[in-house]
Design a protein around this ligand. Structure first.
Ligand code: ADP
Ligand code: MG
Length: 475
């Protein structure tokens, strides 16, 4: 009975299939081909370097166990990476890589690559001439790792970024997708990775581009009938950084071309870095095949920074700008601006500007005024229900009482205050406010707002109510 590469591999597959998720099996094992068996070394062919890394990273144990069952303790595994041939070269480009030294599989001894000492994969498809074109990276050197302060909120993304920067295309973080809300540092981090790579590998072609600009370029190329040049340009890049990929949603043409560029880069061991304001699962109108590519590598979230991190971001900024500011003011700003680092910085910048233009000392009061401006614009809208609850709590009554038809003065006042705040803090119409607060009409609400305005300027006690409730609604 003859033992062939195929028969050994088939037996391994039976074992593996039994032990992993069907989807994982389909994705990672079905595309593999058994190529050769010499002594106790089985060579398998995988579709990309990434594929090989993924197997090593996630399935090396099961591969080892299954192969040892078939070939004994001395079993070795050799990967052959078959690259897709996109430029019509007749010879497929292959390279062997032995199973990694990290594992206990004794595979180091396997004779490695065809006369290539460098384990790094080279791009076999050199486009004549194009290599000489110098591509400006479009990176902003001010966005560095050094001034991207670390905190719990960004640790994963930051370290993944550092890992990618030290080995672009050589980690499993490919693509690296950085996602998170507005102003949390996605663009900064993306640049920092690029800047660091340029620093460590000056010969690498790095390109930063926003998805919006990419789309524009693509549309232009279609108009000018040079879509192929567009594609070729992107295919020679070593490190491609695309910012705000959520912008591609609904743009099927651009998605399609990006899909091909992505695959090409990926297959050639080039690094792709993406940012998005949403996690892949929440991206809408992005083709499934592209989304699945996004998930191949690592998706790392930037979360809102905690108080300590906000303080250190501010201190670092002030230090770099050479500005001194009392700690209590820094802390006041950090305490009140929570969800957006850009606004945090903006508040500090206006504070400095205000104080230097008006020759005013930086005080907590000035800080309060400025922070309020920043926070007001970004505050989430409070609901009318919430306002009614806050107002009735304040006057120690329940919401039903507040809404009742009674003419008792303190209840009328509470109801009018609720209407006033609903007008002030929500975008609801007078009619809609009225219908939600005790089924009144819009004229009643208008009257309530006027009354509150009048009383605020004439009645000290009433003014205190307004201030107190305002504060409660603002936190
Ligand atoms: P996004 O692209 O997520 O909207 P940006 O990268 O433009 O956000 O960041 C907004 C601002 O906040 C930038 O000025 C950036 O330098 C700053 N920033 C964000 N996170 C940090 C951080 N961890 N350390 C220092 N500055 C930060
Ligand atoms: Mg950005």
């Amino acid at each position: 009975m003859s033992v062939t590469a195929q028969s050994v591999w088939n037996n391994c597959l039976v074992f593996i299939k039994d032990n992993i998720q069907p989807q994982a099996y389909k994705t990672w094992f079905e595309p593999i081909q058994a190529v050769k068996l010499t002594d106790n070394a089985l060579s398998i062919q995988v579709p990309s370097k990434f594929f090989y890394e993924w197997l090593e990273e996630h399935y090396v144990k099961i591969l080892k166990v299954s192969l040892t069952k078939e070939l004994g303790e001395k079993a070795k595994l050799v990967y052959i990476i078959k690259m897709e041939n996109t430029y019509g070269n007749k010879q497929p480009f292959t390279e062997k890589i032995p199973s990694s030294n990290r594992t206990t599989m004794k595979s180091q001894e396997v004779d490695v690559p065809l006369n290539n000492k460098n384990p790094e994969l080279r791009n076999p498809f050199v486009i004549p001439g194009i290599r000489n074109v110098k591509i400006e990276s479009q990176l902003n050197p001010n966005y560095s790792f050094e001034n991207f302060l670390e905190g719990d909120s960004n640790r994963l993304a930051r370290s993944a970024g550092l890992a990618v920067a030290s080995k672009p295309g050589g980690t499993s973080f490919n693509p690296l997708l950085i996602f998170g809300g507005v102003g949390l540092g996605k663009t900064h981090l993306a640049h920092a990775i690029g800047v660091d790579i340029k620093d460590k590998y000056p010969e690498k072609t790095v390109l930063y581009i926003s998805a919006e600009k990419f789309t524009q370029q693509y549309i232009d190329s279609v108009k000018k009938n040079n879509r192929n040049d567009f594609i070729h340009f992107y295919q020679i890049i070593d490190v491609l950084i695309i910012d705000d990929v959520q912008f591609l949603s609904g743009k099927t043409g651009t998605q399609d071309v990006f899909f091909h560029i992505f695959n090409h880069l990926h297959q050639n061991g080039k690094q792709v870095i993406l940012t998005s304001d949403k996690a892949p699962v929440d991206m809408q109108d992005i083709e499934q095949r592209l989304l699945s590519r996004f998930k191949w590598g690592l998706s790392a979230e930037l979360q809102t920074p905690d108080f300590e991190t906000r303080v250190s971001i501010l201190k670092n900024k002030l230090y770099r700008d050479g500005v001194d500011m009392p700690d209590d003011i820094i802390e006041y700003v950090a305490k009140n601006i929570k969800t957006n680092v850009r606004e945090l910085e903006g508040a500090i910048i206006s504070l400095i500007a205000q104080s230097s233009f008006n020759k005013k000392e930086i005080t907590i009061d000035l800080a309060r005024v400025i922070v309020e401006k920043f926070v007001k614009n970004t505050k989430r809208e409070v609901s009318i229900d919430y306002i009614q609850k806050v107002v009735s709590d304040y006057f120690q009554m329940d919401v039903d009482t507040l809404q009742s038809k009674t003419r008792k003065r303190h209840i009328v006042q509470a109801r009018q205050l609720a209407m006033f705040f609903a007008k002030k803090f929500t975008k609801a119409s007078l009619a809609s406010i009225g219908s939600q607060i005790g089924k009144r009409d819009h004229a009643t609400v208008l009257h309530a707002c006027k009354t509150v305005d009048n009383l605020t300027s004439t009645d000290k006690q009433f003014r205190k109510y307004v201030d107190d409730i305002s504060k409660k609604l603002s936190v």
